[in-house]
Design a protein around this ligand. Structure first.
Ligand code: PLP
Length: 379
């Protein structure tokens, strides 16, 4: 039996989610724009899903726009915001996901826009003091894009505080919340953020389905042009079963939030302690005590064996990652680990958990690691 510890890359689809999606793959196949029975049926399903998502995040359904996932939502937020706001400065961080980082680079290249990076510390905390300093000095209009939780390290940012600061200095705030939506509670009525993004496959929903929250305070022009879908904000026939699955997965996640947080957080804590006790010479990258409860990034000492650790683990039936999904398996330095000055003499492995994991699986992982990682010598 393989052990799956790569839930920050993607999660297995929940069976209840699949059951909710199936009718829309089998019998309810109408194009939601069609005026006949089949169209009305799928249109109703999309609007029901929109209401579910809005209710769970405490915003209005008119602020939720379905997309193909986190990458599209982040591209859409950044590109459309820059156009609508007439952005002169983008403030971001050096540890953003590539879909934010590369989009900002592209806008900078073609848009005559000044880009500033907020400082991050060695655990990956984004400095909100530095954000405030930048907000005081940069030329407006200003768009801020800072991730809520880092996908490689799991370090969290105080989204409410960042939103307050942006409100105070009249800047727009986009936050990549792909790793936190459906893992933490959101109250968007009380959080003055302008855009957040979500992706169903990070919370046991289907791949290729996501959403962008756009606050009613801002009006954007669409990124994708074509038919008048998503209230003219995103052309293309809707991914009906994906949207239905996203809403179902979000409902299940929020119904079980407390229980899963405690259980998964317990697994993370258990593994961190067990690794330290067994091997001694391991470090936890990121904030061990206040990071995403789903992610544990571990630095093992570099040697001939550990340099191939991910590969060894895979052969032994354990699936983990070196960091972001885009670079996992590729022997390339992570921009995140570089930004936090991670020790180059360590091999970073990201273990990420879901409620389907067990302590027994973690025990098996530690047993297997003993083949390649030197165990602690007890005096
Ligand atoms: N942002 C973060 C923080 C992520 O972890 C990911 C996925 O790895 C994405 C964005 C991209 O999401 P998607 O895979 O839905 O395009």
């Amino acid at each position: 039996m393989r052990i799956y510890l790569d839930n920050a890359a993607t999660t297995p689809l929940d069976k209840e989610v699949l059951d909710a999606m199936m009718p829309y793959m089998e019998t309810m196949y109408g194009n939601p724009s069609a005026i006949h029975h089949f169209g009305r049926e799928t249109r109703a399903a999309i609007e029901k899903a929109r209401k579910t998502v809005a209710k769970r995040l405490n915003c209005t359904p008119g602020e939720i726009f379905f997309t193909s996932g986190g990458t599209e939502s982040n591209n859409m937020a950044l590109r459309c915001a820059v156009q609508a706001q007439g952005t002169k400065t983008i403030i971001t961080s050096p540890i953003e996901h590539h879909c934010v980082m590369h989009t900002v680079e592209d806008i900078e290249r073609y848009g005559k826009i000044n880009v500033c990076n907020v400082r991050v510390d060695d655990k990956g905390h984004i400095s909100l003091d530095h954000l405030e300093e930048l907000l005081q000095t940069v030329q407006g209009p200003v768009l801020v894009s800072l991730m809520h939780a880092n996908n490689e390290l799991g370090t969290l940012m105080d989204l409410e505080r960042a939103a307050e600061l942006c409100q105070q200095y009249n800047a727009w705030l986009h936050s990549d919340t792909v790793q936190t939506v459906a893992h933490y509670a959101f109250d968007l009525k009380e959080t003055p953020v302008h855009f957040i993004s979500g992706s169903a496959h990070k919370f046991h929903g289907p791949k290729g389905a996501g959403f962008l929250y756009i606050s009613h305070r801002v009006k954007l022009q669409p990124l994708l042009l074509g038919g008048a879908k998503e209230r003219n904000m995103r052309a293309g026939t809707e991914n009906v079963y994906g949207i239905v699955g996203l809403a179902k997965a979000m409902e299940l996640a929020y119904d079980n939030l407390e229980e899963r947080m405690v259980y998964i957080g317990g697994l993370r804590h258990y593994l961190a302690n067990k690794l330290k006790q067994t091997f001694g010479d391991v470090v936890i990258n990121g904030d061990e005590h206040d990071g995403l409860y789903t992610v544990l990034n571990v630095g093992f000492p570099l040697n001939d064996q550990t340099s191939m650790l991910l590969f060894h683990l895979d052969v032994a039936g354990i699936c983990a990652s070196s960091g972001s999904a885009c670079s996992s398996g590729i022997n390339k330095n992570s921009h995140v680990l570089e930004a936090v000055h991670a020790d180059p003499n360590r091999v970073a492995i990201r273990f990420s958990f879901s409620h389907y994991n067990t302590k027994e699986q973690l025990d098996e992982l530690v047993e297997k690691l003993k083949a390649w990682v030197p165990v602690a010598v007890v005096a």
